[in-house]
Structure formats: C-alpha cells, structure tokens
Design a protein around this ligand. Structure first.
Ligand code: NPG
Length: 436
C-alpha cells in the first residue's frame, strides 16, 4: 500500500480485498466519478492543479420511486460506555433518522451530527431544522432518474449542512436499492464480500488504562486500533500501547484537531512509534498547516474533519497536506460526494478508509456498503453493534468474527438488514412527517 507515493511507516495491514472469498468481483454498477480539469492519472504527479473542478458523471443507476413522504425521527440511545475525544465526551447519542417512502418502497438514512457542534458546525438540532425547512421540500413529490441526482438538488444554493443533506441523500440511495431489489453495496460499485474492522479507543485516564483497552481490542480480533490523543495524553500513552502490543500491532492516533503547528516537534516524537497514521492533528478546517506538518513528520497524516468535499480532497493531495483520507459519507454530503472522493484518491494513489460517527445499525449499514469499494484499503471504524449498544435498531445486528471481519450483505436489498420499527418507536423522542 502506498500513501501519496510513500509507504506508511507502520506494519503491513490486511486490505479489504486480500483474503476475501475467491471469485471475480462484479463489475462496478457505475462509471467513475472524478475530477475534470487537470486530473492526474494513476500514480501521476502530486495531483490536480488548483482550480480543478470535480464533476460527478455517474449514470443513473436505478430509478427512484416518486418520493411521497419523508419521516423524521429523533431517537436517543445510551452508549454502553462513555466515549471521550479531545473535543468532548459522549455518553448517549441523539440520532436523527429519516425515512423516505414512495410507490410502496422505503429507504432509511441517518444523520451523523452530534448533540453539540464540536466536531463540525452541525448539530442534531440544526440538521432537524435544515431537513424540515429547506432540504426535504426539495425532494417531496419529485421523481429522480437516479439517486445520483439527489445531491445536486439538495446542494443548490444551500451552503454547508452536509450531514443534513447526507441523511436524505443516503436514504435516497437506500430507497433506490430497495426498490430495485438490489443491495446498496452493489449499487455503489462495491466489490468486497467482507471487510477488516478497526476500533477507536477513547481517551483514558492513564497509559495503563489505555493499554488494557488496546489489549482487549486485540484479543477481540480488531485489525486496526485507533488511539484518541490530546495534549497531555499522547506520546506516553501511545508508547505504552506499542510496548505492550509489540511492533506488528496496527496502531494509529487520532487528535481531532487538538494541536497547533507549533506542536510539530512534540508530534514528531510519535514517528518512532511506527504508527499507520496520525489523523487530523490540526484545526478542523485547515489544509496549509497540515501540509507543513506533514513535511516535518515521517508518520503519514490522515485528514478527516478538513475533507468536506471532493475539492478539499483534491486540495489535500495537491498541497501534500495528508497522505490518507478518512471518508465519512455524512461529513461530505452523502454517497455521490464520497464516490467522487474515493475515485480521485484512487487515481492519485491515496488510500482511503471509512470512519465512524457512533452510528446506529442503520448508519453502520450505509458505511459497510461504502467501505466495500475497492480503494477502501485500510480497516474502517466499523465496529459491530455490541460495541456501542445493549440492543441495536436493526435485525440482525452487525457482527464481527473473531478475526476482525464483518460481512457485506450483498445478497439482500438496501443496507441488507431489517430496520426494527418497534425498537425505533420505543426510542423516539420527537417525530415529524412531511407529505407531497
Ligand atoms: O466507531 O463509530 C465509531 C467511532 C469512531 O472515533 C470514531 N469517531 O473522530 O472519528 C472520530 C470519532 C467521532 C465520533 C467524532 C463521534 C465525532 C463524533
């Protein structure tokens, strides 16, 4: 695996396709989506020049039923254990679900915005407002030739609100897949039958406590272990885990924007710990300082928060601001934008992986489908339901085997699991329905 032309310094990792079941992967269901001007071919140069546009040219893959109703629900789910990152702690999730219905079919979407705007500018409440007031009315009563037409309809003259847009856009893809009796993974052009899973471990009170969590994660079979860090809980914590788990353990760190460029000498201490990558060390909307930091680090920088569109991913590559991209479909506005990022990174030789936002089983299903695309070559934050919830909202729940693999349900329509309506009803704290 290469990242921006340079192998990450960490140990080798399984890739999504390397030990999957034999057989020729099915042909992707869509044409490539990518940059128009100045795009680099595989392995060519540092990437597109400034100003390169990104045009999605995916054909209409499966017609969308006329959208007759859009249901919004907020559900509250308690996490099994609190999750602490540099920007805050979460002990429960306020999850906004959307359900699109039309012509006897339905499609589900999940908004990944958090209760507070401390990861991005969006929150559960802003997304509720944006969907109800501005976005859902653009879809109601409409008949789209394919789900790839939904993003432009949502994005026109509405700045930002990517997570709100994504909830609807991804529900539209799920609706199209279910209406066609096809799996979402297949519709997106996914090829893998199963995926390697990584775990994300929150900040702990001591290196010893983090070592205990990391050891348990390795025992459970996880194929990548991400350690959340912040100033004061970083190099010593990661070093303790590296010592305990040994030189081959696939470790990475995630700072969620907790550092400044002035911290470069300190962050460079991580270089000796052979991490697969350090994720989003600097500000949530920064590229230039990340480029300078990357020049000073041997450890590959992976960007998460900073990549909000295909254009930002192209900028990252052009600037050398990172060598790996964490694709979260909610952060970038949904599947059409994710496919564009996937494709342009593939052309530039930049690996991607699928991040997680503590989703319920519905959002997890969307992520699993996306992560089955060929350039998702690093394990995603795709932990099974049991890690987060006493009971999930889908049937069957998402499971991971003892070797750290999760199956992609390719033979079943949509996300491939059944949405548990009665469970959702029991968890609902507010509900609204818009009709055409
Ligand atoms: O397993 O879904 C998961 C969580 C993965 O660490 C994870 N997510 O910064 O990537 C992140 C982090 C996060 C979760 C950020 C929730 C914001 C909200």
């Amino acid at each position: 695996m290469t990242a921006g032309g340079q192998a990450p310094s960490g140990p080798g990792l399984p890739t999504a396709g390397d030990t999957g079941p034999a057989g020729t992967p099915p042909a992707p269901a869509r044409a490539a989506v990518g940059l128009t001007a100045g795009s680099a071919g595989p392995g060519a140069g540092p990437g597109p020049g400034p100003g390169a546009g990104v045009t999605a040219v995916a054909p209409s893959l499966a017609p969308l039923p006329r959208i007759e109703a859009i249901e919004l629900r907020e559900i509250r789910m308690a996490l099994k254990e609190p999750f602490r990152i540099s920007s805050g702690i979460q002990s429960h999730r306020r999850i906004l679900l959307v359900r699109l219905a039309g012509e006897g079919a339905e499609g589900w979407g999940e908004c990944v915005a958090g209760e507070l705007p401390n990861y991005s500018a969006e929150s559960t409440d802003t997304a509720w407002l944006a969907i109800r007031e501005w976005l859902a009315p653009r879809l109601l009563g409409q008949r789209f030739a394919g789900p790839d037409e939904v993003w432009p309809a949502l994005d026109r003259n509405v700045r930002g609100h990517n997570m709100a847009k994504a909830a609807l856009e991804m529900a539209a893809w799920e609706l199209a897949a279910r209406a066609a009796g096809r799996s979402l993974a297949e519709l997106l052009g996914g090829v893998s039958a199963r995926l390697p899973v990584g775990v994300s471990l929150g900040i702990q009170d001591s290196p010893a406590a983090l070592v205990a969590k990391a050891s348990a994660a390795r025992e459970r079979g996880y194929r990548k272990i991400k350690l959340k860090i912040e100033p004061g809980s970083d190099v010593d914590f990661v070093r303790a885990v590296r010592r305990e788990l040994g030189p081959q353990a696939p470790l990475m760190a995630d700072a969620n924007s907790a550092y400044r460029l002035e911290d470069a000498p300190h962050l460079a201490l991580l270089d000796e710990l052979d991490l697969l990558m350090i994720e989003q060390p600097l500000a949530w909307d920064d590229l230039l300082r990340h480029a300078e930091l990357q020049r000073r680090l041997r450890t590959p920088v992976c960007l998460d928060e900073s990549i909000t569109s295909p254009e930002r991913a192209a900028d990252m590559i052009a600037l050398g601001a990172g060598r790996i991209v964490n694709v979260k479909p909610g952060r970038v506005g949904g599947f059409r934008q994710s496919l564009a990022i996937h494709d342009l990174c593939a052309r530039a030789g930049v690996p991607v992986w699928c991040g997680g936002m503590l989703e319920s089983g519905i959002g997890r299903g969307h992520n699993v489908a996306l992560a089955s695309l060929p350039n998702f070559t690093l394990p995603g934050d795709l932990s099974p339901s049991e890690r987060y919830w006493d009971r999930d909202v889908v049937e069957p729940e998402w499971t991971m085997d003892g070797a750290g693999w999760i199956d992609v349900p390719r033979g079943r329509p949509g996300i491939g699991v059944t949405v548990d309506r009665s469970r959702i009803e029991a968890l609902t704290v507010r509900r609204d329905e818009l009709r055409a």
